[in-house]
Design a protein around this ligand. Sequence first.
Ligand code: 13P
Ligand code: SF4
Length: 305
Amino acid sequence: MTNHRDNSLKEQILKLKKERNAVILSHNYQRGEVQDIADFVGDSLELSQKAARTEADVIVFCGVHFMAETAAILNPHRTVLLPDAHAGCPMANMITAAQLRQKKRELPGATVVTYINSTAAVKAESDYCCTSANGVKVVNSIDNKEIIFVPDQYLGDFISRRTGRKMTLWPGYCPTHMKILPEDIRRKKAEYPQAKAVVHPECRPEVIALADEVLSTGGIIRYARRPEVSELIVGTELGIIHRLKRENPDKLFIPVSEQAVCPNMKLITLEKVLWSLEEMAPAVSIPDDIRLKAKAAVERMLAVG
Ligand code: 13P
Ligand code: SF4
């Protein structure tokens, strides 16, 4: 719901954005009013593809820290702003570079595939990055029997089942998607028997087993556009409902669980977007030794598609 205050903030943001030659990128989980001022709203893969191609001098990243870091990995000569420096992803902090180095020593010769929800230092220790949109494709492209997958055990398990490849999984997880329970899906399915159920692959395997489709947030947005879809049970973070409703005003979207909120995603507000453009802070940058190694893993992912 936009109001007078939001409109005035919006005008100031758009004016300053022009002066700074900035682009505003937003993840699908951002607050509705933040999504609405963005130049582009998407999933992690789409946002990294956008960041790889931008000509703007400044990227305002409305998302969490690893997403802004990925933009900075690809754009060392542009300023990347994350309007709240505390907007982190707890899953990304569930493995450190030292822990991954230790795992690599235990399994020498393994190929390391790292979910994009990870720090730049962990990406720098990896062979490939992947997102929830292209994880199956990335793993299928690897010609090695031994694969280490970090940090999300559930995305790893999902990819492993889809590809038939055995992988060594790190026990990380998303605290927000963990809150979605099988009984939540069963309850919604009983209430809306006509509706299809889509869930994100960060969900528990018991939840994934009950879904009709398992998709990245961008995949869910595309699935909802299909003409045969009129009611959809949505098993992911609640922020996506804003875009689903905006793009499909005549369809019904039913969140699986009201508990599925990512507090870090909600730290970004219009006030903070304006402030970051005024102050040109907080900026995210990565030392070149780490950046160049992390970039190789991100670019290997982008080459797979
Ligand atoms: P997507 O890449 O599917 O947008 O997911 C990002 C994320 O953080 C999910 O929790
Ligand atoms: Fe990280 Fe989960 Fe939030 Fe996505 S929803 S940013 S994985 S904590």
